[in-house]
Ligand binder design. Structure first.
Ligand code: TEU
Length: 542
């Protein structure tokens, strides 16, 4: 392993500075507060912090509507605070990446304010316009609760501008070289300040024709664009991470990695396996996940999958068939008042699993056992719940719960000043907070900290070759990861009841079964593993 590819076995933790910790007591989280919580993240074992958007914003989409790609939302701090935070994180051995929104800006961004003034404004072509009335695009709208079309007529010139998301988020025109330069320049600026890469928001929306949406607009080849962006990054920070949000089928994701050359995005979220984890849970059957893992395309060794089970968005099950999605909904949802996409869940994992500690632990054990780089969403480590009285996706974005004092220790401000709707800081039982969790050796926090430690000590998981192991229990996912002559074997039971699995690891070609079995025993503490002389083993799983 080289430090150049640090992200191959990083442990990424996504947080929103706005809801993490309020350092100055005004009710809104901020970089000053975040700096005070860096040691907490180091203690958990996180190696890379992913900051959700912190740029100046009208905040109509939780900061994914940016008015200045070089600035900091003044409620959260200033550039100096960001630099100080990055320095503090680096001092504790952690890297920092940030969300970068390239598909669109806020309609209040000075570029759009200019662009909409007249058809010959110098900024006009920063965005995508059409003269003729658009066809029906209601099917392509991402936020059906908010929009009915991806085109909105702008009064000043009578032309329509493109917005794949909300109408206050006009799409940038990737075909304009000036736009591409602006994006690179601003990324260069943040790299200069110490960021180690970006989580690129909504990449395919920026780069691809979405049905009829961008048919009138000139395009660039997505792969020309991404490889150029990659080389730009290489010149600034050779080990900079480009973690793309590319919610496309695997074969298209492979292209976004740069195919066999692997010279475009170096990491992408594995949406398909994430969705199949839920189907496997709903069915109590490991085979859906087995199937998606075996259909993962082979990627260049310098590329990586990001493994996750929750994030800041609604849990959308768009990769499953209608019938499969219904199965998951029947088991865990759906939300009746879901407004954004009308097809997903806005719940954190513990609620979906009815607070069942064994199943919750199984899923996190799995997340840190699958080949790839694990990505946690803040609060997952304490089993935080959600606030279903909050609108849309805000349900899963409630402030971090630090202790059992007022506002969950997130802020000392009076309730009416708090950034988000907070019910005494708690979503879930009152004992769900970081202080209590750290004290209790049996807590989910300590379990996840152990998983993180194990993951960091096991290059097989981040770097290795992955293989499913044949066995006889449909509820159990059994796999091995091998790297540099050593192998770990991992078993996970999707059933709600204990299961037993027998497998012959030696006959499946394992050179180091002893280590594999031991690894298994440590990871799922309390299970007896019988290692046979021939290298096979049998175990009982809760
Ligand atoms: O999301 C883009 C996006 O397409 C996802 O919302 C997707 O539909 C969903 O995750 C599928 O499960 C990104 C951000 O993650 C989201 O928070 C923003 O609202 C959106 O871009 C616009 O910037």
């Amino acid at each position: 392993q080289t430090s150049d590819l640090w992200w191959k076995n990083a442990v990424i933790y996504c947080l929103d500075p706005e809801t993490f910790f309020d350092g100055d007591g005004d009710g809104t989280g901020d970089f000053g507060g975040l700096i005070q919580r860096v040691d907490y993240l180091a203690a958990l074992g996180v190696t890379c912090i992913w900051l959700m958007p912190f740029y100046p914003t009208p905040d109509k989409d939780d900061g994914y509507d940016v008015t200045d790609l070089y600035g900091v939302d003044r409620r959260l701090g200033n550039l100096g605070d960001v630099v100080e935070f990055i320095r503090t994180a680096k001092d504790r051995g952690m890297r920092v990446i940030a969300d970068f929104v390239l598909n669109h800006t806020s309609d209040k961004h000075p570029w759009f304010v200019q662009a909409r003034k007249s058809v010959d404004n110098p900024f006009r072509d920063y965005y995508v316009w059409r003269k003729d009335p658009p066809p029906d695009t209601s099917e392509q709208v991402v936020f059906p609760g908010e929009e009915t079309s991806i085109w909105t007529r702008d009064k000043a010139t009578g032309e329509w501008y493109l917005h794949m998301f909300a109408k206050h988020q006009p799409d940038l025109n990737v075909a304009n070289p000036l736009v591409r330069d602006e994006i690179a320049k601003s990324m260069g600026f943040w790299l200069q300040l110490g960021l180690d890469g970006f989580r690129l928001d909504a990449v395919p929306f920026f780069l691809e024709l979405q049905g009829t949406s961008k048919e009138d607009a000139a395009q660039v080849d997505p792969h020309d664009y991404l490889s150029a962006l990659r080389s730009f990054l290489n010149r600034r920070n050779g080990s900079g991470l480009l973690l793309g949000e590319v919610n496309l089928p695997y074969k298209d994701q492979l292209k976004y990695f740069g195919g066999a050359a692997g010279n475009e995005l170096n990491m992408q979220f594995d949406f398909l396996s994430m969705q199949n984890i839920y189907l496997s849970l709903a069915r109590e059957d490991a085979r859906p996940l087995e199937k998606s893992l075996s259909s993962r395309p082979k990627i260049h060794p310098d590329n990586q999958w990001a493994v996750f089970v929750r994030n800041h968005d609604e849990l959308t099950l768009d990769k499953l068939s209608d019938a499969e999605r219904e199965e998951v909904f029947a088991a865990f949802g759906p939300e009746e008042d879901m407004q954004m996409y009308g097809r997903g869940l806005r719940r954190r994992l513990p609620t979906m699993l009815n607070g069942d500690p064994a199943r919750i632990r199984m899923v996190y054990s799995l997340m840190f056992a699958l080949p790839g780089t694990p990505v946690l969403f803040y609060g997952e480590e304490i089993g935080m719940g959600e606030d279903l009285s909050a609108k849309g996706r805000s349900a899963v974005r409630s402030p971090m719960q630090w202790n059992d004092t007022r506002n969950g220790g997130f802020s000392t401000a009076p309730a009416e000043d708090l950034v988000a709707h907070v019910v005494d800081g708690y979503f879930g039982p009152k004992n769900i907070n970081a202080a209590a969790a750290k004290r209790d050796p049996e807590s989910l926090w300590n379990f996840i900290a152990t998983l993180i430690q194990r993951y960091r000590e096991s290059p097989e998981l981040g770097w290795g070759d992955f293989e499913l192991i044949k066995h006889d229990a449909a509820k159990v996912l059994l796999h091995r990861c091998s790297w540099d002559g050593s192998t770990v074997v991992l078993a996970h039971n999707f059933g709600a009841e204990p299961a037993s699995v027998a497998a012959n690891v030696a006959s499946a070609g394992d050179a180091q079964t002893g280590f594999g079995g031991a690894y298994l025993r440590d990871l799922l503490a309390g299970h007896d593993i019988e290692l046979a002389d021939d290298g096979g083993f049998e175990l009982e799983l809760d």
